[in-house]
Design a protein around this ligand. Sequence first.
Ligand SMILES: Nc1ncnc2c1ncn2[C@@H]1O[C@H](COP(=O)(O)OP(=O)(O)OP(=O)(O)O)[C@@H](O)[C@H]1O
Ligand SMILES: [Mg+2]
Length: 226
Amino acid sequence: MGALIEANRICKRYNQKSNNMELKETSLSIEKGKIYVIEGKSGAGKSTLLNILGGMEKPTSGKVYYKGKSFYDLKDSDQAAIRGEKYGFVFQSFQLIPELTVKENIELPLIFTNRQEKMDKIAELARHLGIENQLHKLPDFLSGGEQQRVAIARALITKPEIIFADEPTGNLDSATTKKIIHLFTRLCNEKNITLVVVTHEKNLFEFPDNLFLVKNGRLQVAQENV
Ligand SMILES: Nc1ncnc2c1ncn2[C@@H]1O[C@H](COP(=O)(O)OP(=O)(O)OP(=O)(O)O)[C@@H](O)[C@H]1O
Ligand SMILES: [Mg+2]
């Protein structure tokens, strides 16, 4: 089966004048429905790699293919459509809108798409995530773990093919981290969603399909299952 996303010899250098390559030549193939975990220390280049894969940051050189199409060679509007409809994002700082209720936060991505018929029901998602009683609250009145579950619901509402998560449990205690990861794994497996997670934590997932390590901007395979 063809890869969902394929990175071909991508590099990133933020400062054109410096010799320092923040992400050194990396090639990576991401298959549908699998879980990819990329570990690494602070400053190693994890977010850089995730942002390039997730269509948010153009690499200095190399290509990223989404279903065989060179993503950064597409028109801006086509790039935005793929990001909005096929990709979901979850961040360490949750990035919920404080003035909107939980329900409104979850619905937010739907404003940018018109695929009414494909959307998951909010109530069902909220039930899956155990936040069905929080829908009318403002995010400030939720715990960190609850806020992250809202962010996960927001990422899932458009039924994305792939979710990119940057330190999704970075602000949570270890018990909540376990719960969130368990939930993430179950939902992605059930819905056949691909998950790409970057984290500084070791062994965040018990059974990732593929485990990588970024060290000084270089990606290394730590464990690969076929
Ligand atoms: N927008 C930017 N402009 C210049 N340099 C940047 C930019 N973003 C990241 N860098 C540099 O690139 C390197 C990798 O950063 P990156 O954010 O990818 O690391 P990270 O592994 O995600 O770290 P952390 O775990 O702290 O989030 C760092 O040296 C950082 O200073
Ligand atoms: Mg980072």
